[in-house]
Design a protein around this ligand. Structure first.
Ligand code: WTA
Length: 646
C-alpha cells in the first residue's frame, strides 16, 4: 500500500503528561548528532557487560561491521538473571494466554529456572556454542525459553514460523546446518489443535545433520515417535537442575539466524549477533515505547517466529524488565473481541501490532472495541507495512481513545530494530509517515544515482551509516550479503529495497518494496519463490506472480500461469489444486489470492516479464505503457480472462 494522503494535513502533538515523563526528550537527537558512536556507547551501557568493549565500531572492512569490539556479555543473563539479582524475581515477565483460554503467569525467577533447565538439557544433548538449533513452535512460553536457553549457551537459534511447510523447514535446516529441532505436538489455531510434529518428521527425515528432536506437549494430539531421536521436553528438560553457570561471549558472537524472502527463490539467512543487537533492541524498545518497567503492561501482538517477535516480544522487553502479554491464537477466536478482552483483562498499556490487523478490525466495526474497557492503553505501535492514514486515524480513535500516540516504526529483519519512527514524547505525529530516523541512525531518500531527494519526489530509502543491530551477513553467503544490500550505491550505503519520499517538513514516507518482494499481512514473500513453486507443479509451464494491493492484507498474491500442453483441465478445480500446492510447498501465507490461467505473458523485448502491467491488471487499473511489449495483443488476451472490474 502506498497511500500517502496526509489525513488533511492533521498532526498530533505528544500528550502533555507523556511528554513530561518521557524516557527520552528532544535532546537525544542532538546528542546523537554530536557524536553518534558515543550515543550508542551510552545505550550499550544500559546492558550488563562482563567485559567492556575497546572500540565502539570497527568499520574498517565495509560492509562487514563489528560493534563493541572486545566486549563480552551473556544475552540471556541480560534478559533474565540480572533482573532477578536486582530483586525483581517476583515480577511477571509474561502473562501468557492460550487460545482456548488457559493461562500461565511466568515471573522472572521462574523464567530463569526454566531457561537454566533448558540450557542444561541442550548441553547434555551435546549442543555447543556456535551450533545451530531450529525452533518450530506455536506461541507458547517454551518457545521463548528455548530461544533464551540457546543464547545462554551460545548456540545460534533459528526460529522457523510455525505456519511454514515441511519443505520450507527442511531447506532452512539444511542451509543452517541445524543439529537439533525443538518443536511441539501442535498449537491452537482458530479454535482447533493444529499439528506441527508431522512437518518436523518429514523435514528431519531429509536432514541427516539433525541428531535430536525435542517435543513440547501442548495439544496432546498423537505424534509419531522416532525412538532414540525424539525426546519429550518434559523428560529431558524437566529433570534438569535450575542451576546453570553461564559463560560470556564476544559481542560479535552469533545470536540467531532468521530467514527472510529475497528476490530469488532461496530465502536468506539473516545473521544477528549479540552485543550490538541487544543494545539497539533494548534501547529502541525503551525509547520508542517509553517503557516503564514498574507500571507498564506491554503487548507485541505478533508471532515470535518473525523478527518483530524476536526483537519486541523477547529480547527488547526482557532486557528492559518489561511485563508482557503473550497470546497464542488468532484475533477472532473464539470471538472478534478477543484482543480487546485481553487488553481489558491484563490492563495492557502499550500495544504494538500491524496495519493489516487494524484494517481487519476496521472491517469488523468499531462496535467491537467499544464493548471493552481499553482505558489502560497509553501508547500504540505499528509495524510491517505503511499504515494508511485512514487506518491510523481509526486505530488512534477506536483503540487509542484519541489519547494514545501511535509509533509507526519502519525497520526490517535485516535492521534488527527500529530505524525510522516518531518518538512519543517528542514528535508531532503525521498519520501515515514513519517520519524520522531514530537518533543515531542515518537515513536518506535518494534517486537512482544516489543523489539525495528532499522535495517530495519518489526515490529509494538508504541507510548511510552502520548501526548496532544491523545484520552481519547472510548465513554462509557473504557475496550475496554484499550484492543484495551494499552494492547499489557503494560498499558503505545500505540499500533497503523500499521506495520512499521525503516531504518539505522532513517526514519520510515509505512507499512499499521496489524489488520483487510482496508484503502480505506484513509478511515478506518473494514473487520468485511463489513462481518457482507454481512451475514445480506438473501442469504449469510458466508463471508470473505479482502483489496486488488489497484493502485488508496490504498486498494479495496474484498469479498468472500458462499451462503445459498436457494439462487436461484449466478450470476452477485446477486453480484450487495449484493454490493448495503453493500452500503446501511454502506455507499457507504464500497461497495465492487469485490464479489466472492465461495463454501468454507480457514480456519486454529482452524477455523480462512486465510485472507492472500484470499488477495493473490484477488491480483492475488502466494499463500502463505497453510500447516495450513484444506483442501488445497479449494484454487483451489476458484481460479477456478477467472477471469484470467491480
Ligand atoms: C515493510 C518487519 C512501511 C518494508 C519489521 C520493509 C514497513 C519490510 C514498515 C520489512 C513501516 C516494515 N512502514 N513499511 N512502518 N515496517 N515495513 O523484514 O517494506 O518482515 O522493507 O520486518 O516491511 O519486513 P520484515
Amino acid at each position: 500500500m502506498s497511500e500517502t494522503t496526509q489525513a488533511d494535513g492533521r498532526t498530533f502533538a505528544p500528550p502533555e503528561g507523556l511528554a513530561a515523563q518521557a524516557n527520552v526528550g528532544p535532546e537525544v537527537y542532538d546528542e546523537a548528532a554530536r557524536d553518534r558512536l558515543a550515543f550508542w556507547a551510552t545505550a550499550a551501557e544500559r546492558l550488563t557487560w562482563a567485559q567492556r568493549w575497546d572500540e565502539v565500531l570497527d568499520w574498517s572492512n565495509p560492509p562487514f561491521a563489528k560493534w563493541f569490539v572486545g566486549g563480552r556479555l551473556n544475552v540471556a543473563y541480560n534478559c533474565v538473571d540480572r533482573h532477578v539479582e536486582a530483586g525483581h524475581g517476583e515480577q511477571v515477565a509474561y502473562h501468557w494466554e492460550g487460545e482456548p483460554g488457559d493461562t500461565r503467569t511466568i515471573t522472572y525467577q521462574e523464567l530463569q529456572d526454566e531457561v537454566c533447565k533448558a540450557a542444561n538439557a541442550l548441553t547434555e544433548l551435546g549442543v555447543n556454542a556456535g551450533d545451530r538449533v531450529a525452533i518450530y513452535m506455536p506461541m507458547i512460553p517454551e518457545t521463548i525459553i528455548a530461544m533464551l536457553a540457546c543464547a545462554r549457551i551460545g548456540a545460534v537459534h533459528m526460529v522457523v514460523f510455525g505456519g511454514f511447510s515441511a519443505d520450507a523447514l527442511a531447506s532452512r535446516l539444511d542451509d543452517a546446518g541445524a543439529v537439533l529441532v525443538i518443536t511441539s505436538d501442535g498449537g491452537y489455531r482458530r479454535g482447533a489443535p493444529s499439528a506441527l510434529k508431522p512437518a518436523v518428521d518429514d523435514a528431519v527425515d531429509r536432514s541427516p545433520g539433525v541428531r535430536n528432536v525435542i517435543v513440547v506437549k501442548r495439544t496432546e494430539q498423537d505424534v509419531a515417535w522416532n525412538e532414540g531421536r525424539d525426546l519429550w521436553w518434559d523428560d529431558v528438560v524437566g529433570r534438569q537442575s535450575t542451576e546453570h553457570a553461564y559463560e560470556t561471549f564476544d559481542a560479535e558472537h552469533p545470536l540467531y539466524i532468521m530467514y527472510t524472502s529475497g528476490t530469488t527463490a532461496k530465502p536468506k539467512g539473516i545473521l544477528h549477533t549479540s552485543g550490538g543487537y541487544l543494545t539497539q533492541v533494548a534501547y529502541t524498545h525503551w525509547a520508542t515505547f517509553d517503557l516503564k518497567p514498574d507500571t507498564d503492561v506491554y503487548w507485541t501482538a505478533a508471532d515470535v517466529g518473525w523478527v518483530t517477535g524476536h526483537s519486541y516480544i523477547v529480547y527488547g522487553p526482557l532486557a528492559n524488565r518489561a511485563t508482557s502479554v503473550m497470546y497464542e491464537g488468532t484475533p477472532e477466536t473464539p470471538h472478534r473481541g478477543r484482543w480487546f478482552e485481553l487488553i481489558q483483562k491484563y490492563g495492557v498499556t502499550i500495544l504494538y501490532t500491524a496495519p493489516t490487523v487494524i484494517r481487519t478490525f476496521m472491517k469488523w466495526g468499531e462496535d467491537i472495541p467499544a464493548g471493552f474497557d481499553l482505558s489502560s492503553l497509553r501508547l500504540l505501535g505499528s509495524v510491517g507495512e505503511p499504515i494508511n492514514p485512514e487506518a491510523w486515524l481509526w486505530y488512534h480513535e477506536h483503540i487509542g481513545g484519541g489519547r494514545c500516540p501511535i509509533m509507526d516504526t519502519w525497520w526490517q529483519t535485516e535492521t534488527g530494530a527500529h530505524m525510522l519512527t516518531p518518538l512519543p514524547g517528542v514528535t508531532n505525529l503525521t498519520p501515515g509517515s514513519a517520519q524520522h530516523p531514530f537518533p543515531g541512525i542515518s537515513a536518506k531518500v535518494v534517486d537512482d544515482e544516489g543523489n539525495e531527494l528532499t522535495d517530495d519526489s519518489t526515490g529509494l530509502l538508504v541507510l548511510t551509516e552502520p548501526w548496532p543491530s544491523m545484520l552481519r551477513t547472510i548465513w554462509g553467503d557473504d557475496d550475496r550479503y554484499v550484492d543484495t544490500y551494499w552494492s547499489r550505491f557503494g560498499k558503505d550505503v545500505y540499500f533497503a529495497g523500499d521506495g520512499a519520499k521525503k516531504d518539505a517538513a522532513g517526514n519520510i514516507w515509505l512507499l512499499g518494496r521496489v524489488d520483487d518482494v510482496m508484503n502480505v499481512s506484513g509478511h515478506r514473500i518473494s514473487t520468485t519463490e511463489v513462481e518457482s513453486s507454481l512451475v514445480g507443479h506438473p501442469t504449469v509451464a510458466e508463471a508470473a506472480v505479482v502483489g496486488a494491493s488489497d484493502p485488508t492484507t496490504g498486498q494479495g498474491i496474484v498469479a498468472f500461469v500458462i499451462l503445459r500442453g498436457s494439462a487436461e483441465d484449466s478450470g476452477e478445480e485446477l486453480v484450487q489444486t495449484l493454490k493448495t500446492h503453493v500452500a503446501k510447498d511454502i506455507g499457507p501465507i504464500a497461497k495465492p489470492r487469485q490464479i489466472m490461467v492465461v495463454q501468454e505473458l507480457p514480456k519486454t523485448r529482452s524477455g523480462k516479464i512486465m510485472r507492472r502491467l500484470l499488477r495493473d491488471i490484477a488491480e483492475n487499473r488502466e494499463l500502463g505503457d505497453v510500447t516495450t511489449l513484444t506483442d501488445s495483443s497479449v494484454m487483451n488476451m489476458i484481460k479477456d480472462k478477467l472477471p469484470a472490474a467491480p
